[in-house]
Structure formats: structure tokens, C-alpha cells
Design a protein around this ligand. Structure first.
Ligand code: NAP
Length: 267
């Protein structure tokens, strides 16, 4: 019987997910990564198909793992999508789609894994949030809202799961250089009043990710948190995540907003 710890990482085809599955495999975990597309296994990582927006896809993915291992020790809810458009220019359908992946996707996978973790009386769920889950980011309003929802959900869940020895952690990265930019949505409606601000914000988000920090740092943090015997609820990674929430806590609202406008070069 294999006594390696079993870890499931969603969204492992690129970025943080891809780097962390490799690292976790090197550290001796039995690793399952996921993508919406088929990928062959590599460097000790088995890749499964999973769309976090689909109940049946989630059920089938978890079933495949349990059929092989009968346990899941660590779940990393990493799959996520960016959304960059002004709030008023975002259709309700687009906004709901962001939540379907970033929030309900996490809930779906967590619900599928929790019965086995409760039965084991052990487990660790690591949810990849964002500095956008701590600060309402202009031009990414619904992305931010989905990560704020994830923060509240994780905080509540951590208390509910204490009696079962199941830990919850949140990873809160700033901007990191991944493929995140490539999935940016287009606005569904455009209003001329937003023309200048929209373009400035969009290019500022694109630049922030393109010139972002090394994503290996986030992968190392995920691996560190997965191995921790007494993990904390929150871990911030990267410059923006370290400083922006602190500034928000100490500055009066109007000064923080002024600083945000200046940083984004907003008129
Ligand atoms: N990069 C940053 O600056 C940054 C900052 C803060 C937080 N984050 C968070 O970090 C996480 C990973 O992002 P990343 O930067 O590594 O982005 P990425 O390179 O674009 O990777 C995103 C991953 O999510 C998967 N995914 C997207 N929609 C999915 C769905 N419906 N079902 C299943 N998988 C889905 C993608 O897989 P397939 O397309 O192959 O299915 C891909 O593997 C996200 O939760 C994001 O919000 C990123």
C-alpha cells in the first residue's frame, strides 16, 4: 500500500498550479493535477480532466482519485480566471461566470472532497485567493468580489471544520507573471464615459501581470503550507500582498483611494 500523502491541485496546466504540482511531486506527494483539457502524466504528476464549473466533472474527477487512493490529504483549489472590465460594462452573465469558476468552483470541489476528509478525520484545503480578495480592485470588480467571497467562505469553513481536524488556508498572491492575462474578458457593453479609464486600467493590469514577480514563489508557498503541521489561515505572497492591505488598514479611505488612482495612472 502506497503511504504517500495524496494531493489534488486544480488548474495545474499552467501558472501556480503547474509549478506547484511539480514541486509537490518532488517532495514525495502522490499528485493529481487537473485541467479542462486532456494532458498526459509527467514527472510523477497524474493529470485528470476537470471543469470546476461542472458538478458531474467534479464528481467524476474525485471518484477517479478515490478509486486509486481511497484518500485525499490535501486539496489545493487553485483554478481561477481573471476578469478585467469596468463593473458597469460587465454583463450579469459575465459576472456570474467569474463566480462560477473562482467561488462556486471552489465550493463544488470542496464539497466533493469533504466527506472523505471528514471520514479520515484529517485533511488540508488550500484556497488560492488574491490581494484582490482583500482590496476591491478597480477594473477587476467582479474578480475581486469573487475572491472576497472566497475569503469569507474559507474563514467560516475553517471554524466549522476544526472538530474534524481539517485545516483551511488561504494563499493571497499579489501580481505574478503567469498566463493569467491571456484569459482577460472583453467588456460586454462599452460606455464612452469610461473610454480613458478603461484603457488605462486594462493596460495597467496587463503590465502588472506581465512584469509580475516569479510564480515559483507562490508554488513554494503552496508546498510549504501543504507540509505545515499547524498551518495558518492566511499567507500573503509578493510585494502588493504584503503592503497594500497594511496601507489600507492604516490610511483614511480617501487617501488610500487617492494612492490607488495614482498607482493606476488614473485621470
Ligand atoms: N497571476 C497572478 O498575478 C495572480 C494573482 C493573484 C491570484 N491569482 C490566482 O492564482 C490562481 C492561478 O492563477 P495563475 O496565475 O496560475 O493563472 P493561469 O496560468 O491562467 O492558470 C489558471 C489555471 O486555472 C485553470 N482553470 C481556469 N478555469 C477553469 C475551470 N473552469 N475549471 C478548471 N480549471 C480551470 C486553467 O486550466 P485549463 O485552462 O487548462 O482548464 C489553468 O490551469 C487563480 O485562482 C488566480 O485567481 C493569480
Amino acid at each position: 500500500m502506497n503511504n504517500k500523502k495524496v494531493v489534488l491541485v486544480t488548474g495545474a496546466s499552467s501558472g501556480f498550479g503547474q509549478l506547484s504540482v511539480q514541486l509537490l511531486a518532488q517532495k514525495g506527494y502522490l499528485v493529481f493535477g487537473t485541467s479542462r483539457k486532456e494532458h498526459s502524466a509527467s514527472s510523477g504528476v497524474e493529470m485528470l480532466v476537470l471543469d470546476v464549473q461542472s458538478d458531474s466533472s467534479v464528481q467524476s474527477c474525485v471518484k477517479q482519485i478515490l478509486a486509486q487512493t481511497n484518500r485525499i490529504d490535501v486539496l489545493v483549489n487553485n483554478a481561477g480566471q481573471i476578469h478585467a472590465s469596468m463593473i458597469e460594462e460587465t454583463s450579469l452573465e459575465q459576472a456570474k461566470n467569474v463566480f462560477e469558476t473562482n467561488f462556486w468552483g471552489v465550493v463544488r470541489v470542496t464539497n466533493a472532497v469533504l466527506p472523505i476528509m471528514r471520514q479520515q478525520r484529517s485533511g488540508h484545503i488550500i484556497n488560492v485567493s488574491s490581494v484582490g480578495g482583500l482590496i476591491g480592485a478597480p477594473g477587476q470588480g467582479f474578480y475581486s468580489a469573487s475572491k472576497f467571497a472566497l475569503e469569507g467562505y474559507s474563514e467560516a469553513l475553517s471554524v466549522e471544520l476544526d472538530p474534524f481536524n481539517i485545516k483551511i488556508s488561504l494563499i493571497e498572491p499579489g501580481y505574478f507573471k503567469t498566463n493569467f492575462n491571456s484569459a482577460m474578458l472583453q467588456p460586454s457593453i462599452t460606455y464612452p464615459d469610461y473610454d480613458t479609464v478603461r484603457d488605462v486600467i486594462r493596460s495597467s493590469i496587463q503590465n502588472a501581470i506581465a512584469q509580475g514577480d516569479d510564480p515559483e514563489k507562490v508554488a513554494r508557498m503552496i508546498a510549504f503550507v501543504a507540509q505545515s503541521q499547524s498551518p495558518r489561515l492566511r499567507y500573503r505572497v509578493g510585494y502588493e500582498a504584503q503592503w497594500l492591505p497594511r496601507l489600507k488598514a492604516i490610511l483614511p479611505d480617501h487617501l488610500f483611494r487617492l494612492g490607488a488612482r495614482k498607482r493606476l495612472n488614473l485621470p
